[in-house]
Design a protein around this ligand. Structure first.
Ligand SMILES: Cc1ncc(COP(=O)(O)O)c(C=O)c1O
Length: 384
């Protein structure tokens, strides 16, 4: 599969038809255990579903092919994947250098769950190479970044961070949830590991929770696989199957998400109601050049800062109709959120706090003229 183009890999990797019946779609193996041919005689290596399930294996093969990785592991949620990765690689006393604009749940996991077990975390501005070099310590084991970031769409130069991190002996992890592998493949830029909330663009239809770790090579696979097996936050067969189905349309969906978001960003940039538009597809965005270099499209996420302040931002988030007010992102339907009280409530008052006049849009693949009309109506309601 590795010699095929992305859209082809997304549809065919790990998706061989069922040899018994010829069913073109591999079945959902909704089974908790597998019969053994004598003690220890496992068919295709399958024994018990926490250790492995054929539907999960299909998804893992597909995920590895999408990111150009050596292997992948699929989990019950993005945070379950992050947790297994972090506990698999870290020991008490180790230090993590974290971008200062990452998903609030990643920060919470490190500082509230793992800190009491001896893991130290520092948040830094990863767009500044000197700041990173100064923050690296002998005990820094992981440099963790997200690009574009959530929710301010900051763009980080993956190749640059990989070089700096590796020179210091650290492992470089990229949360590729916002871009998806259709637009950005961090392993090819030097990252060691990729994590995903597959709940978002990979699943793509807001109907399933999941997460993944993708490995550039075999260095860390066994450690993380052991955490997955020993702790057990695996993806369920039906969830794995739904994610697999979503992935098959990823390439075409991401094209439309990007096209719609670009149109909305250009519209918003002309409106006085917004003092700032955060979208890497705009030439004025500070990360535009790096994004153009390391991404093949700018994605479906954008944030808007309301000129009239926090009250107007809250009201706007409650005033649209097609853009439904909800957590999450990456589905075919458009969503709007108010990060300070929703996705990023857990980092309010910390170094990762989001400006209080910002709303975040997950731009869906509806007709973009309907979406812009909806945003215009929202602005009119706020002005009334
Ligand atoms: C960028 C990013 N990473 C990780 C996660 C966590 O994923 P999950 O909600 O599937 O646990 C999220 C969730 O919103 C996210 O936006």
């Amino acid at each position: 599969m590795s010699d095929h183009a992305f859209a082809t890999r997304a549809i065919h990797a790990g998706q061989e038809f069922d040899p018994t019946t010829g069913a073109i779609i591999p079945p959902i193996y909704q089974s908790s255990t597998h019969v053994q041919d004598g003690i220890g005689g496992f068919r295709e290596g399958y024994e018990y579903n926490r250790a492995g399930n054929p539907t999960r294996s299909s998804l893992e093969t597909q995920l590895a092919a999408l990111e150009g990785g050596h292997a992948a592991l699929s989990f019950a949620s993005g945070l379950a994947a992050e947790d297994a990765l972090l506990r698999g690689l870290l020991a008490p006393g180790d230090h993590v250098l974290l971008g200062n604009d990452v998903y609030g749940g990643t920060y919470r996991l490190l500082t509230k769950v793992l800190a009491p077990w001896g893991i130290q975390t520092t948040t830094v501005e990863l767009a500044d190479a000197d700041v990173i070099r100064a923050a690296l310590r002998p005990e820094t084991k992981i440099v963790w970044l997200e690009t574009p970031s959530n929710p301010l769409l900051k763009v980080i130069d993956i190749a640059q961070i990989a070089e700096i991190g590796h020179a210091a002996g650290a492992v470089v992890v990229v949360d590729n949830t916002f871009a998806s592998p259709a637009l950005q493949q961090p392993l090819s830029l030097g990252a060691d590991l990729v994590v995903h909330s597959t709940t978002k663009y990979l699943g793509g239809h807001s109907d399933v929770l999941g997460g993944a770790v993708v490995f550039a090579d075999d260095r860390f696979f066994e450690q993380v696989k052991f955490q997955q097996f020993a702790v057990g936050a695996v993806s369920a067969p039906l969830d794995a199957w739904l994610t697999t189905r979503g992935i098959k349309t990823l390439a075409v969906r991401m094209r439309q998400h990007s096209e719609n978001a670009q149109a909305i960003a250009e519209w918003a940039a002309e409106r006085p109601e917004f003092e700032q538009v955060f979208y890497p597809g705009l030439a004025a965005h500070p990360g535009h050049e790096v994004a153009a270099r390391q991404m093949s499209g700018f994605g479906g996420m954008l944030s808007l800062a309301l000129s009239a302040g926090p009250a107007a931002a809250r009201a706007f988030a409650e005033s649209t109709e097609l853009f439904q007010l909800a957590e999450s992102l990456g589905g075919v339907e458009s969503l709007i959120g108010y990060p300070p009280e929703m996705t990023h409530a857990s980092v309010r008052g910390t170094a990762l706090a989001v400006p209080e006049n910002v709303v975040r849009l997950s731009v869906g693949i509806e007709d973009v003229s309907d979406l812009i009309a909806d945003l215009e109506s929202g602005l009119q309601r706020v002005a009334r």
